[in-house]
Design a protein around this ligand. Structure first.
Ligand SMILES: Cc1ncc(COP(=O)(O)O)c(C=O)c1O
Length: 438
C-alpha cells in the first residue's frame, strides 16, 4: 500500500464510522482541573466563572462571548487530545463528539437531537438554510426591513440563484412604539399566495425590539391553511439574540426553522452555532457544503447521492475547530445549571432598570420599547447633540464597553446581561446622565 492510499484510509476512518480501519482506541487523556466549586446560585458566583477584565463594565457581550470556566476546561481537554495525537483523538471523538453536542442542544431547546444541524455561526446557519430551501422562480421570500445583514444577504443570494424574489416590509416605524399585535398584523397583511418563506429575527440587534415569534407562527399557519404542502410558507427565525436570554424553549416557538450562533448570549465556544428544523422539513433541503457524516459519505462510496437531506446531511462538513465544537455541550449545561427562567428574569430586570433610567433623561431618546413583551436584552438610544459613535467612545473612556448598531440607521447600544449587576447598570446610567452637559 502506498503512503497516499494509507493516509486516505486513515482519513476515512476518522470520518466515516463504517470504515474504522484504524481499529484502535485509547481513553481520552483527562486534563486535570482543580477549581473551587462554582456557585451558580448567586450572580457573583456566575460572574466568577468568567475571566473578564474586572476594570470594565461589559455591555457588549452579546457580540462575542467570553468563555465560562466549564467551557474553557472542555476546550482545553479537547485541544490537548488533538495536539497529542490529532488523527487518533479525532477518531475517538468521531462517534460521540457531535452526538453529545446535539443531545445537549436538544435538551436545552426542547427538540430532538436529530433535528439539529451544527454550524460555526448564525451567519453560516442562515446561509446554509436559505440556500438549501427549495425555492423556485415566481416564489417570494417575505422578510422585514429590520433584519441583520446576514439574513438580508443570505436571502438576496438564495433568491438570485433560484429566480425567486425578496420583499422587505417594516414591522414598525418607531421602534419604541412597536407592539406584538402590530408586528403580527404587518406580517399577516404582507403575506401573499406566492410567499414561500417568512424570514424574521427574534430580537432585532438594530433596535432591541423583540418580535412575537409564537404569534407570528400562528398567523403563518392561518395563511397556510388550505394550501398544498409544497406551497406552504415556512417561518424561519434568526434567533441569536433570544437564545440564552428568553426562557421559551425553541421547540415551543412554533417556527419551522430556527438559526442561532452559540457564541453570544449562550456563552458557547467562539465559532459554534445551530440550525433547528422540524424533522419533516429537512428532506426537502439541499446542502451547499458536503457533510462529513456517514449519511452523506457512505452513499458516495457506493456511487450514489444521499437518499435524502437531514439535519446531519445539512451540517457543513470539512474539518472544524473541533476543540470548540465538541465543547459546546458544556455551554448548554452551564446555562441549564443556572436555569432558563432565572436567566430570563435577571436579564429582564437589568434591562428594565436600564430602560427606565434612560427614559427619565431629557437628553436621551430611548429607541427600544419599555414593555417586556416587545424587548429583551438589548437597549438602543441616542444622546442629544452627539453621534452614537461619540457616545460609545465617551463610555469607553470611562471603561464601559458599549457598541453602535451596524445598520443604516445607527444608534448607541448597551446589552445588560448575566455578567452585569444592578450597580453596574446604575454606574452606566450615571455616565450617560453626565453626557447632558458634554
Ligand atoms: C441579528 C443578528 N444575526 C446574526 C448576526 C451574526 O452572528 P454570527 O456572528 O453568529 O454569524 C448578528 C451579529 O451580532 C446579529 O446581530
Amino acid at each position: 500500500m502506498n503512503t497516499g492510499r494509507r493516509s486516505f484510509l486513515a482519513y476515512l476512518a476518522t470520518t466515516v464510522p463504517a470504515l474504522n480501519v484504524l481499529g484502535c482506541a485509547r481513553p481520552a487523556a483527562p486534563v486535570e482541573v482543580r477549581h473551587a466549586a462554582a456557585d451558580l446560585g448567586t450572580w457573583d458566583g456566575v460572574r466568577r466563572e468568567f475571566p473578564l477584565d474586572p476594570s470594565w463594565i461589559h455591555l457588549a457581550g452579546f457580540l462575542l462571548a467570553s468563555h465560562p470556566r466549564p467551557v474553557r476546561d472542555a476546550i482545553e481537554r479537547h485541544r490537548r487530545g488533538l495536539d497529542e495525537n490529532p488523527a487518533l483523538y479525532l477518531h475517538e471523538q468521531e462517534r460521540d463528539g457531535e452526538a453529545n453536542v446535539r443531545k445537549a442542544a436538544a435538551s436545552y431547546m426542547g427538540v430532538e437531537p436529530a433535528e439539529i444541524a451544527l454550524t460555526d455561526s448564525t451567519t453560516m446557519g442562515l446561509g446554509t438554510l436559505y440556500h438549501g430551501l427549495p425555492l423556485a422562480s415566481g416564489q417570494e421570500i417575505l422578510t422585514t426591513t429590520h433584519d441583520h445583514f446576514s439574513t438580508h444577504e443570505s436571502l438576496r443570494l438564495a433568491a438570485e440563484r433560484a429566480g425567486a424574489t425578496v420583499r422587505k416590509v417594516p414591522l414598525y416605524d418607531e421602534p419604541a412604539l412597536a407592539t406584538p399585535a402590530a408586528m403580527v398584523d404587518a406580517i399577516a397583511r404582507a403575506m401573499t399566495k406566492a410567499t414561500r418563506v417568512v424570514a424574521i429575527t427574534w430580537v432585532h440587534s438594530g433596535t432591541g425590539v423583540k418580535t412575537p415569534v409564537r404569534a407570528i407562527a400562528d398567523a403563518v399557519a392561518k395563511a397556510n391553511a388550505g394550501r398544498d404542502q409544497r406551497d406552504r410558507a415556512l417561518l424561519c427565525v434568526d434567533g441569536v439574540h433570544g437564545f440564552g436570554v428568553e426562557s421559551a424553549p425553541v421547540g415551543e416557538l412554533g417556527c419551522d426553522f430556527f438559526v442561532a450562533g452559540c457564541h453570544k448570549w449562550l456563552f458557547g465556544p467562539r465559532g459554534t452555532g445551530v440550525v433547528w428544523g422540524r424533522q419533516d422539513h429537512w428532506p426537502s433541503l439541499r446542502p451547499s457544503i458536503p457533510a462529513f457524516t456517514a449519511e452523506a459519505w457512505t452513499p458516495w462510496l457506493k456511487g450514489s447521492p444521499p437518499a435524502e437531506a437531514s439535519a446531519a446531511v445539512m451540517t457543513p462538513g470539512g474539518f472544524h475547530s473541533f476543540e470548540h465544537r465538541w465543547a459546546l455541550d458544556a455551554a448548554f449545561a452551564f446555562h441549564q445549571s443556572i436555569g432558563a427562567s432565572r436567566v430570563a428574569a435577571r436579564i429582564r430586570e437589568l434591562n428594565r432598570q436600564c430602560k427606565e433610567g434612560l427614559a427619565a433623561m431629557k437628553h436621551v431618546a430611548l429607541h427600544t420599547p419599555r414593555a417586556d413583551d416587545a424587548s429583551s436584552g438589548i437597549v438602543t438610544f441616542e444622546v442629544a447633540g452627539m453621534t452614537p459613535k461619540e457616545v460609545v467612545e465617551r463610555l469607553a473612556a470611562n471603561k464601559i464597553m458599549a457598541s453602535t448598531t451596524p445598520y443604516a440607521t445607527t444608534y448607541a447600544r448597551v446589552a445588560p446581561g448575566l455578567l452585569n449587576s444592578p450597580a453596574e447598570v446604575d454606574a452606566v446610567l450615571g455616565r450617560i446622565r453626565e453626557l447632558a452637559s458634554a
